[in-house]
Design a protein around this ligand. Structure first.
Ligand SMILES: [Mn+2]
Length: 337
């Protein structure tokens, strides 16, 4: 058992709503990551065991790196309410997981709005409390930690598949237990998950180390764009559409490139500008210690955590850099105690 005072405290109305509902839809955020996917599939697997009809709606394909996860049978792809041939995109209860704001639900916000009971479970400090029932715990390293508690609270037994999903989410959101969000609770939860059959070396390899030659070439190109400012405390890098075309890398292959930039000695803030469309630049932000990049992201209609955040700027690439540059410099020179 987890220490009571530090464990997540799942509100009773969430437990009740899930217990009472027969049809439940789960929504992870767009550009799904290990935590959003892991928490969604873990909750789906658990609720299925409790006899519920569960669907997990995605707006995109599962990233290749996570195709080893169980629970794919719950996943449906969604583009718009009227075209949904499954006619199931309406539920008694909808649960948004790992989603900081409604925009992060993309087109699936229709599903959210059309469902009877709306629940928001997340750990982003920038969460906008957009549902009727909200449970946001920024102390949780991953939404998977909260879903672990939730599954326990509803009295559903863990199993190998659920443990694999939860472990994957916690592993990815803590960067392999290396980020500052890792707590004693994280390790207590994982210590229980390790009682199930988890192939740790294989999971670690697939998530952190396995790389296609296309991705490696893209990393090379991105590294060549790195520019340093403010005595080497600020590092910027770029991934253009052209670079993706030239290397044959996938969109998801840009994941993790920001870490090379952040890891440079002396860098406090790293920013990766990814050209999604000509006028749509996705900005990933990382800080090493004191700088609060969530604050910068929030100012530009994004969100995230103090040391990892992101936003989208609708401008050409060069312009997007200029728009956010002063905020980056300011954050570098702001030392909060
Ligand atoms: Mn997360």
């Amino acid at each position: 058992m987890l220490p009571k005072n530090t464990a997540n405290n799942i509100p009773q109305n969430i437990i009740n709503k899930l217990k009472e509902s027969k049809n439940i839809i789960i929504l992870p955020h767009v550009s799904v990551d290990g935590d959003a996917l892991g928490s969604s599939l873990a909750l789906a697997l658990a609720l299925k065991k409790a006899g519920k009809n569960v669907r997990v709606y995605f707006e995109e394909e599962i990233p290749q790196v996570f195709t080893f996860l169980p629970g794919k049978e719950f996943i449906l792809k969604y583009s718009n309410f009227n075209e949904d041939s499954s006619k199931m995109s309406k539920a008694e209860t909808v649960v948004a997981l790992d989603t900081g704001d409604l925009e992060r639900l993309g087109n699936r916000v229709e599903i959210f709005n059309n469902s009877e009971n709306k629940i928001n479970i997340d750990h982003h400090p920038t969460n906008t409390y957009f549902a009727e029932i909200n449970y946001v715990n920024p102390k949780a390293a991953a939404t998977c930690e909260i879903v672990y508690e939730l599954i326990k609270a509803i009295d559903i037994e863990l199993d190998n598949d659920i443990a694999l999903c939860l472990y994957t989410g916690i592993l990815t959101d803590t960067g392999g237990f290396k980020f500052g969000n890792t707590t004693s609770i994280t390790h207590l939860i994982v210590s229980e998950l390790l009682n199930y059959q988890l192939d740790i070396p294989t999971i670690s390899y697939r998530i952190f180390d396995a790389v296609s030659k296309e991705k490696l070439k893209l990393i090379g190109k991105a590294i060549n764009t790195i520019e340093l400012h403010e005595d080497g405390k600020l590092a910027l890098a770029t991934v253009t559409k052209k670079m993706l075309e030239e290397t044959g890398a996938l969109d998801e292959d840009t994941e993790g490139i920001i870490n090379y930039v952040r890891n440079i000695n002396g860098v406090e803030i790293a920013a990766l500008f990814k050209e999604k469309e000509d006028l749509e630049i996705k900005v990933s932000l990382r800080s090493k210690s004191y700088a609060d990049v969530a604050e910068i992201a929030l100012k530009h209609n994004g969100g995230g955590h103090k040391n990892a955040a992101g936003c989208t700027i609708n401008a050409p690439l060069g312009e997007a850099k200029k728009i956010i540059f002063d905020d980056l410099i300011k954050a570098i020179n702001t030392h909060k105690s």
